[in-house]
Write a protein that binds this ligand. Sequence first.
Ligand code: NAP
Length: 249
Amino acid sequence: MAERFKDRVALVTGASRGIGRAVAVAFAREGASVALCYTSNDGAAEAALGDVRAAGGNGELLKFDVADSAAVAAAVAGFVKARGRLDVVVNSAGIALDGLLLRQSDDDWARQLAVNLTGVMAVSREAAKAMLRARYGRIVNLTSVVGEAGSAGQGAYAATKAGIVGFTKSLAREVASRNISVNAVSPGFIDTDMTARLSAEQKDAILKSVPISRMGTVADVVPAVLYLASDEASYVTGQVIRVNGGLYM
Ligand code: NAP
């Protein structure tokens, strides 16, 4: 197994479950030392850390709410101080609180913006301090097919995911001269806790629009994230890689 991340230090938000967890384990397998960030699910986080260690990696848990900028700053700064560097950040923490517009509550709207969009900014802002000093960095943000194509009942979620694309491209321009890349991965319909709550009818309806005719797995998404986080992608910034089975082209 190639060790593309040997001696690298990575921080992954949303690492207790789903895509972030699979990414954290893959980083560990390829030699990185990983901070696994999560907010509430201690059992899942401990299991994810166990997977990282079983993969021969070095990891630690960081528990904070990405929507709390002060908590983000303290946790990320503390991690950087302890490790002496931060090479890679993957922003995978996210929530979807679905609802049609006329039933959209201000609280649900605000919470999705705070977690999905402000959280990406806050983690990136703190990480960028270390990356700018080191003149090296890789930031990979998780957007979604929903931010590109729209989805009835997911206006707030879609707005946050479209916002991530604009933020990714703007930050990419801001820090490119310092050897820091900022890219996004846009998954389609991936089998995780986030999609587990959909009914069989909803899943069938979505699958009819997927040319590859199956749900994606976290293993389908991981290679795109790792590529963008690696040195192989040193001439790639401000890009969005779609991993969606052809759902949106
Ligand atoms: P998931 O399985 O639901 O896991 C969500 C992760 O985010 C968990 O680790 C959770 O931590 C963490 N998280 C949630 N709120 C947080 C907060 N306020 N602060 C810190 N961490 C928080 O999600 P997923 O399916 O892996 O999705 C990962 C990313 O990909 C998300 O940004 C999502 O929008 C995007 N995406 C997913 C799909 C899909 O089909 N699954 C498709 C396109 C894009 P706890 O365990 O502590 O709750």
